[in-house]
Design a binder for this molecule. Sequence first.
Ligand code: COS
Length: 385
Amino acid sequence: MNYFLTEEQEAIRDLAREFAQGKIAPVAAEYDKKAEFPWPVVKEMAKMDFFRLWIPEEYDGMGGGVMELVLVTEEFSKACGGISLALAGSALGTFPILIDGSDDQKKKYLPLLASGEALAAFCLTEPEAGSDAGAIQTNAKLVGDHYILNGTKHFITNGGVAQFYTVIASTNPDKGSRGASAFVVEADREGLVLGKKEDKMGIRASATCEVVFQDCRIPKENVIGKEGMGFSVAMKTLDKSRPGVAAQALGIAQGAFDHAVRYAKQRHQFGQSIASFQAIQFMLADMATDIEAARALIYSLAKMIDAGDKDYGKESAMSKLFAGDMAMRVTTDAVQIFGGYGYMRDYPVEKYMRDAKITQIYEGTNQIQRNVIARHVIRESARNA
Ligand code: COS
């Protein structure tokens, strides 16, 4: 399908494709096996300016938007859903500053993030606050001109490799979600301690760990937006980053599909290639249709956000819901087409299936996306009544 990308966007996509196939695909299985963060690849990503894409030009970025981020995430994820997350996770950690940061904060942090010299991570989730993001217990008490942070954040993408953490903590526990505030916390602050490193089913090249705050002193000027606005900062961040998860799911599905088509043509049973059987053809047709439907939704949404539309929470949740579920269907079918070989680690498709699963879970489970969509739909219908 022709999505009428600009020439520049096509060039970015082609460059990302070349980088992904040349630098990511050859090492994807190795990093997955070792569950190691791919520093050499990330340094090359930075050298190629991929981290600059979505940062405004005045902060040393290239002034692109969600579309550029989506195109790169899709191409990188086609090669490896885990390695792509070094970039997409940093975008997630950067969004609170981009969306609600002061000009001073933007000047201080964004150029470092744009150069790829520093990675960012977003800290919302806690052991007892996953879907119920308003239930966070990490707290920040104002003492003089510093906040003292205490609490545990877990499942933090880019945990341990990020130089900056954007953290949601409660400054007024009595007020629930209205009492949360957002902070930038530099990784080298005393009292920021790295906890358990997670051993994951998929996206194993992505660093995931606990980030613990033990009397961590943060200057007042590190508050993002205003005190009490933290929940809204978090929700706006998720609205903006969910198309990135959708793009990750899309790339994973496309990668698995490409392998499945090639294999179906090569594999012979009953004296002919299995691609000649209608059973396989119908699977391939459904997979291709599913993938294209997700791409159409994601690209339309990216265009809508980049055009300045501010009310995209529903479509953002829809893109993650549809693409995450689609990626699980497509990667499962890719394994099925490979048959017994698909189940073996010697072949690439089982990794796609493992990597796909997380896209139905993080940045809000797909059940939460349905809640978000339903709330919008019901609110819209009340407005139109
Ligand atoms: N943008 C801006 N503000 C928003 C918002 C959005 N998209 N969604 C909600 N808010 C505001 C509301 O307007 C409300 O403000 P007021 O108190 O001033 O009225 C406040 O936030 C609380 O909203 P709400 O009552 O809807 O919050 P709930 O506790 O019911 O939770 C869900 C809402 C379930 C949508 C939220 O908790 C969520 O998204 N959970 C999933 C979290 C998640 O994705 N976790 C993954 C980890 S992050 S990688």
